[in-house]
Design a binder for this molecule. Structure first.
Ligand code: GLA
Length: 393
């Protein structure tokens, strides 16, 4: 379901900035990950779904080789100009570097636009919430180029090029999960994605009399910081130690029992805990998907708790705010699942809450979170939407 009002305002702004004429409109969603955290870069399975929140873009080809970017979320930045023949990261270009990076990534694969284009976008994802506003922008720009320049309509490739932009142009060493979820999401389903092979399966999310509730801690989540890249390095160190005795390509190839046999080879105690998280999170994710398919939502919820505890204690990517949100959530009768979601260090929790308990959940979790942290959280009862597409209405 498209947000008609948001699109109308965006189109009006586009005409104001770039003049009347023909336009095309595109959308790419944000995502929430249900389980399988910090294992996309360890060859594991993740289980995200696309949201109906995301980023809308309006675009039109130009006659010259310039690209113009504008975001209604950051109007003060004005129109940011780039040139197809000179795509470089410039600090002052801020958010537009993610967009420029995607054009650069397409060109690096021989998909070269024959003209520049004008582009304006609006995001409905709360800023810095960890619901992948940057991946949705990347996937949106790719989808826009597919539409404007007739590039192959391949959303898996689009996700990979979004990741390439972020890794190699912006300098954030993220895995494939966020871009894949934005590009390949499906209404009312989560994506079971094997990050080692990119095989995937859409699994219907049937929660019976319960809903998905996202709680934003409103503690900004900043990923480009070094902590994310540190976690990746620690996992790689653990992998290298294990590879001395066992022939594996990624930590998530190990079952917990196999891990028990080789963990003594990991020399550093911190690396050991990171690896333990990866191996057990993979195991939880597989079990969670089996439970969901069988309609055992309570079991799914328990695995979410296990995931949170592991992210908090072994992977150490939670924070006081997220822990308070999760602890308070579990105190509310009617809560079936609660955990931090995404990169961590702030951002959001994802919860499964019985429909008749949602109001009490908001009230109690909200009040006690503010008491414990001084911050006011935001609640979103969310729907699962489709992946990136052109909006044709
Ligand atoms: C961020 C990254 C993803 C993934 C998650 C943690 O969202 O962009 O690739 O690693 O963190 O699961």
């Amino acid at each position: 379901m498209e947000d008609t009002k948001v699109m109308e305002t965006l189109r009006k702004k586009f005409f104001e900035l770039y003049g009347e004429g023909e336009i095309r409109t595109f959308f790419a969603p944000g995502r929430v990950n249900l389980i399988g955290e910090h294992i996309d870069y360890n060859g594991g399975h993740v289980f995200p779904c696309a949201l109906t929140l995301g980023t809308y873009g309006v675009a039109r080809r130009r006659e010259d080789r310039k690209i113009h970017f504008f975001s209604t979320n950051l109007p003060d930045t004005g129109v940011i100009e780039a040139d197809l023949d000179d795509l470089v990261l410039r600090k002052e270009d801020g958010w537009a570097n993610y967009a420029k990076g995607v054009v650069w990534a397409y060109m690096s694969e021989g998909l070269v636009p024959d003209t520049g284009f004008d582009f304006a976008c609006t995001g409905t994802i709360p800023n810095k919430s960890g619901l992948s506003s940057s991946a949705s922008l990347e996937v949106l720009v790719g989808t826009t180029m597919i539409g404007l320049f007739g590039f192959p309509d391949d959303q898996v490739k689009n996700a990979l090029l979004g990741q390439k932009a972020e890794n190699q142009f912006v300098g954030m060493n993220c895995g494939i999960m966020d871009q894949f979820a934005s590009a390949m999401g499906k209404k009312d389903s989560a994506i079971l994605l094997d990050c080692a092979t990119l095989d995937y399966d859409h699994v219907p999310v049937v929660l019976g009399d319960a809903s998905l509730v996202i709680v934003n801690s409103n503690k900004p989540h900043e990923l480009v910081g070094s902590a994310y890249n540190d976690r990746r390095r620690e996992c790689e160190e653990a992998l290298m130690d294990i590879q001395k005795v066992k022939d594996i390509r990624a930590l998530c190839e190990l079952t917990p029992a196999e891990f028990g046999e080789v963990k003594g080879k990991i020399r550093n105690e911190v690396d050991l805990r990171r690896a333990k998280h990866a191996v057990y999170e993979e195991d939880r994710t597989r079990k969670a998907v089996v439970a969901l398919k069988a309609g055992h939502i309570e079991e799914f919820g328990k695995l979410m708790l296990g995931s949170h505890v592991s992210l908090r204690d072994d992977f150490e990517v939670s924070c006081h705010e997220l822990d308070v949100l999760v602890d308070e959530a579990w105190k509310v009768p009617g809560t079936i699942g609660a955990r931090m979601t995404g990169g961590g260090f702030g951002g959001c929790t994802v919860n499964i809450v019985k429909n008749d308990a949602v109001e009490t959940f908001k009230e109690k979790v909200g009040r006690n979170y503010t008491k414990g942290t001084g911050l006011v959280p935001s609640f979103y009862v969310v729907s699962i939407g489709d992946g990136a597409h052109e909006v044709t209405e």
